[in-house]
Design a protein around this ligand. Structure first.
Ligand SMILES: [Zn+2]
Length: 196
């Protein structure tokens, strides 16, 4: 069993109580409720059809409750392979994590680990030098040239550590949704989340 030192430092750094952390992890690592997916698809405009929850549950079981693309157990849901929501043949459905699901749409790419890399760089620099790193230093440690959505996380970490931060204005461009410009971790996916 791993001891998860980085995870522990995250909980300490953000001052997250253990039960709240467990609550968040359970919510993120419990696959979307197949019964809810089924009834949501049936009600959704443009969908209208869905296998029943039991059939979707069997898909989860067959996939080992993991994303069939990347093996992640994070925010697992069910996706239409041919992107046609009316084609609910079981052979057209696959178990995917939300990141792979989004990456397979035109809407997004899989870059969620940027936040983790930034966090680790920030904390390790602070431990070593007793002060917060500059953006240039974070860039150097992580090798990430463009933080894009990670800027807000950096500002949050600076704020927690007593720095005055100047937040960027997030302007919504004509055909760009806000989710690409903020650090938001909302599902915003084509499929229902686990909340009924
Ligand atoms: Zn995946």
């Amino acid at each position: 069993m791993q001891s998860y030192p980085a995870l522990l430092s995250l909980l300490q750094e953000l001052e997250i109580p253990e039960d709240e952390a467990m609550k968040a992890l359970l919510s993120a690592f419990t696959p979307a409720n197949p019964g809810v997916i089924s009834s949501t698809w049936k009600l959704r405009v443009g969908y209208g059809v869905a296998p029943d929850g039991r059939a979707l549950w069997d898909l989860y079981k067959k996939a080992g409750f993991k994303c069939t693309k990347c093996n992640s157990k994070h925010r697992v849901t069910i996706d239409h392979i041919d992107r046609n929501p009316k084609n609910v043949e079981l052979s057209n459905l696959q178990v995917l994590c939300m990141d792979c699901n989004r990456a397979s749409n035109s809407r997004g790419t899989k870059n969620n680990d940027i936040g983790v890399r930034i966090f680790k760089a920030f904390v390790s620099y602070k431990k070593e030098h007793g002060k917060n790193p500059t953006n240039a230093q974070i860039r150097e440690i992580t090798g990430i040239a463009d933080f894009s959505s990670g800027y807000y996380l950096i500002n949050y970490l600076r704020g927690l550590n007593g720095e005055d931060v100047e937040l960027r204005e997030y302007k919504k461009k004509a055909n760009q949704s806000l989710e690409t410009t903020t650090m938001a971790v909302t599902p915003a996916a084509s499929h229902p989340s686990r909340q009924p």
